[in-house]
Design a protein around this ligand. Structure first.
Ligand code: AMP
Ligand code: MG
Length: 398
């Protein structure tokens, strides 16, 4: 069977998934959530003309002569009079501008003696005033729909007195591993056993990208055990199983899943690592069957599962950002599958990105994956490349 090209596999996945429904949440729970509607200001900010500095509120036309201090305006408590000819009001940062005055002179630029103030230096009329609405106005869109909220957005929304937000629901992701050799991290590891590293990785990946992961556990490589575990997979948006999707005698998960309702959309993609990936529908849940080698599973996540999770959260169809960098060394011609080399991108002294893929590329090894910050894409039949050539990279640490 011909291997499915990567773009075709991705477009089949993106056709199958749709944004999840929405829910209303408190701004205090909104970090990392994705807005489903534009969020608008419920007030104007600043609500009034305010002083930007500590100093004196004056009528600019009066400053050539000594001024008399007639009152004070502080943050939270304005001066309730009107500044008349020859008068000034002591004012502090954030305080409402005194009526009648049009300029604030910073305190460093005056000499004060009792209630008399002499202005020694002034900028222009209107200086040091934050105009009402200078930040944003009532009903203005503060943050647009489809934005993933960060701390800056949350501050802005709070300033606009937006306490509740409509966001997309988070994808609920079931994570199942398979393999007689696997033991949970922290257990005693027997002579034929290895630590299950993929489940902690997927739990972390799902959380990192806005989902809610549930560990279904590890199924032994027997039909009964796989069947028992997959019966627990209900009420999820995504089901990801790890391992057992190749063609070995113990790679049984696909057969058992089919008996339990899996409809396979595709199996095997023209990529390296990650060729044996399976995608389908498991009783209304999007199913990803990931290969067991950790780097393969990671590359499949980056290429396929992340764009699906992003789309479900209303963020469009992109995954990790793509970029370009200059090769630090030569590369052999590309092969019959797209190769995703674990690589490290950095910036040279000229502000250019350069990339090195001089890391061990075995898909079973985790140390090169942990050292990498990008994947270098080698297209099918790409010609040999030299140091200095521009190549395409996926920025996996963004
Ligand atoms: P499989 O896809 O089941 O043939 O597994 C391929 C390789 O990945 C084997 O060396 C497995 O031991 C290893 N492997 C499978 N699942 C995991 C896991 N959850 N954590 C770490 N390694 C795994
Ligand atoms: Mg296995």
């Amino acid at each position: 069977m011909a291997l499915l090209p990567v773009p075709e596999a991705l477009s089949r996945i993106l056709n199958a998934v749709a944004p999840l429904s929405t829910e209303e949440i408190s701004i205090h729970d909104a970090l990392g959530r994705v807005l489903a509607e534009d969020a608008k200001a419920t007030l104007t900010q600043p609500p009034f003309d305010a002083s930007a500095m500590d100093g004196y509120a004056v009528r600019f036309e009066d400053i050539a002569d000594p001024l008399t201090v007639v009152g004070e305006s502080q943050a939270g408590c304005s001066y309730d009079g009107v500044v008349g000819p020859g008068e000034t009001v002591r004012i502090f940062t954030g305080a409402p501008m005194a009526k009648g005055a049009d300029t604030v002179i910073i305190q460093e630029n005056v000499t004060r003696d009792g209630d008399q103030v002499i202005v020694n230096e002034a900028k222009n009329k209107g200086a040091n005033i934050r105009a009402a609405g200078g930040d944003f106005k009532y009903d203005e869109v503060l943050v647009e729909a489809s934005t993933k909220l960060n701390s800056k957005h949350i501050a802005l929304l709070a300033a606009g007195n937006v306490a509740a937000l409509t966001v997309y629901k988070q994808p609920r992701v079931a994570v199942l591993s398979t393999g007689d050799e696997l033991k949970d991290v922290g257990s005693e590891i027997g002579p034929d056993q290895i630590v299950n590293s993929n489940v902690p990785m997927f739990m972390a990946l799902v959380k990192e990208h806005g989902g809610i992961p549930t560990n279904i556990g590890t199924a032994r490589d027997t039909e009964e055990d796989v069947r028992a575990k997959i019966r627990e997979v209900k009420d999820f948006d995504i089901f990801v199983s790890i391992g057992g999707v190749s063609v070995g005698d113990y790679d049984i998960i696909q057969d058992v899943l089919r008996e339990e309702g899996l409809e396979v959309d595709f199996w095997k993609v023209a990529m390296q690592p990650g060729k044996p990936i399976v995608f389908g529908d498991f009783n209304g849940i999007h199913y990803f069957g990931m290969p067991g080698n950790p780097s393969s599973a990671y590359v499949c996540f980056a290429n396929f599962m992340l764009p699906a999770m992003n789309k479900m959260q209303g963020m469009g169809e992109a995954g990790f950002p793509l970029s370009h960098a200059r090769l630090e060394h030569s590369l052999k011609p590309g092969g019959t599958r797209v190769n995703y080399l674990r690589a490290f991108v950095s910036e040279n002294g000229l502000g250019e990105q350069t990339v090195s893929a001089k890391l061990t590329q075995s898909s079973a090894n985790l140390s090169p994956l942990a050292k990498s910050n990008c994947l270098l894409i080698r297209e099918i039949d790409a010609p040999a490349a030299e140091a200095g050539d521009l190549v395409k990279i996926v920025l996996i640490d963004r």
